[in-house]
Ligand binder design. Structure first.
Ligand SMILES: Cc1cc2nc3c(=O)[nH]c(=O)nc-3n(C[C@H](O)[C@H](O)[C@H](O)COP(=O)(O)OP(=O)(O)OC[C@H]3O[C@@H](n4cnc5c(N)ncnc54)[C@H](O)[C@@H]3O)c2cc1C
Length: 388
């Protein structure tokens, strides 16, 4: 049987594409192939209210396990509550909703050995054909991207007694800093369960899982929380893009439709990809021509637009990673969180306007001025950041 579309990998991006197509174009013959026994892997995916349109919030809502009306940030010299909403999707809910919706259009436990624009070959040797294959197998190393890293480990903890939090803390930087910007990220899922993540913005990820677990247990102890069980653990190293050559990055697999991190579709400063994945799923559902050539060309343009739109964030990342000492990176974030609610919300949505950008770079930078200038100018046109 020849499919209309094969989705290689059943993670966030391809799972959402498959589900959206099932909702809007159920007659299409779509197959999603995932190597693990379940789709969605082991993640908690969170996003800000302003990241999505009202219509997108609505179709995503069955996957959302919790919404909060506000969130807090804490730095050594600034604590602040932001009155903009935050929400989380868990991998459990993702699999629970999308697996039955896809039915036989999902094959799990099937590892793909080779992806081509119109076929995949499984490690079993089976070959599957389609008008187009979308490669959504997650991040792949590329020599055409200059990256820092956001490395973290999170534990969902069952506490003996209520924690007393009334919203997420998306950055608690009142912790000892290490080889980069370190903060703890907290999502209170119920009165006595909480996700605690120890996070590091570092040049190279060198911390062991054991060290990150120790940090979590120290933090939990300082809050006076007694843990009765660790319900789940997740970890990740997300790409933070300092610069890159989009054309060369995309030409690594020319003509191959791609989604998610594999397409470079993530926020350059946070490494988060849920909003891009939602937008891409909507975009694909609208395409009349789903053949490989047309999809590859359209997805390249889609990804290129996202890349161009994030030039400013890559410049900020260079300030964060290349100016000043790594252990003082928290000062850049503390200053950022002194800016207006609207500016911060547009930043996370990847929608900063010119006034926002001027505001972010105006005033006395929290890093040495000469280093800030050098970091900003590094990789400018003619060097690396040249394929706009
Ligand atoms: C622990 C963690 C927490 C995160 N939290 C957030 C968050 O809060 N908000 C946010 O927006 N982003 C978050 N991210 C970042 C990013 O959004 C996720 O990594 C997201 O899952 C990326 O989506 P993707 O579809 O590109 O890749 P993935 O979701 O990683 O999907 C790739 C899929 O391909 C499968 N696969 C790989 N190779 C093969 C093969 N050969 N054959 C078959 N299948 C294969 C994998 O098993 C996997 O299921 C988080 C990342 C991690 C790791």
């Amino acid at each position: 049987m020849k499919y209309d579309l094969i989705l290689a990998g059943g993670g966030l991006a391809n799972g959402l594409i498959a589900w959206r197509l099932k909702q809007l174009r159920p007659k299409l013959r779509v197959l999603c192939v995932e190597e693990q026994s379940i789709i969605g892997g082991n993640h908690t995916w969170s996003f800000h209210d302003g990241d999505l349109s009202a219509a997108q919030h609505q179709w995503l809502s069955p996957l959302v396990v919790h919404r909060w009306p506000c969130y807090d940030v804490h730095f050594p010299d600034r604590s602040r509550r932001l009155t903009s909403g935050y929400a989380s999707v868990t991998c459990e809910r993702f699999a629970q909703i999308i697996t039955p919706a896809l039915g036989n259009d999902l094959r799990t436990g099937q590892s793909i050995a080779q992806v081509n624009p119109r076929s995949v070959v499984l490690t079993s040797g089976e070959r599957l054909e389609a008008d187009a294959v979308i490669d959504g197998r997650g991040i792949r190393d590329s020599k055409h991207l200059v990256l820092g890293h956001q490395a973290f480990l999170g534990q969902v903890l069952q506490l003996q007694a209520p924690h007393g939090l009334d919203g997420p803390i998306i950055m608690d930087a009142r912790v000892a800093q290490g080889e980069g910007y370190r903060f703890v990220y907290i999502l209170p899922f119920s009165a006595d369960t909480v996700l605690v993540e120890d996070t590091h913005y570092v040049d190279h990820h060198a911390l062991s899982a054991e060290q990150l677990r120790t940090h979590i247990s120290e933090y939990v102890h300082e809050q006076g929380w007694a843990v009765t069980a660790c319900l789940r653990e997740e970890e990740g190293v997300l790409p933070i893009t300092l610069a890159g050559d989009f054309a060369e990055f995309w030409n690594e697999a020319p003509g191959q439709p791609r989604s998610g991190l594999r397409a470079g579709l993530f926020h350059c400063t946070t490494g988060y990809s849920l909003p891009h994945a939602v937008r891409l799923a909507d975009w694909i559902a609208l395409q009349k021509d789903l053949r490989a050539d047309s999809l590859a060309q359209g997805m390249r343009e889609f990804a290129h637009q996202a890349w161009r739109g994030q030039r400013f964030y890559r410049l900020l990342n260079r300030m964060l990673f290349l100016a000043g000492r790594p252990r003082n990176r928290w000062q850049v974030m503390q200053r950022f969180y002194g800016l207006s609610d609207g500016l911060i919300s547009r930043f996370y949505a990847g929608d900063s306007n010119l006034a926002d950008k001027l505001r972010v770079v105006s005033g006395k930078p929290p890093v040495p001025v000469n280093e800030a200038l050098r970091a900003m100018l590094r990789y400018l046109p003619g060097h690396y950041e040249n394929q706009e």
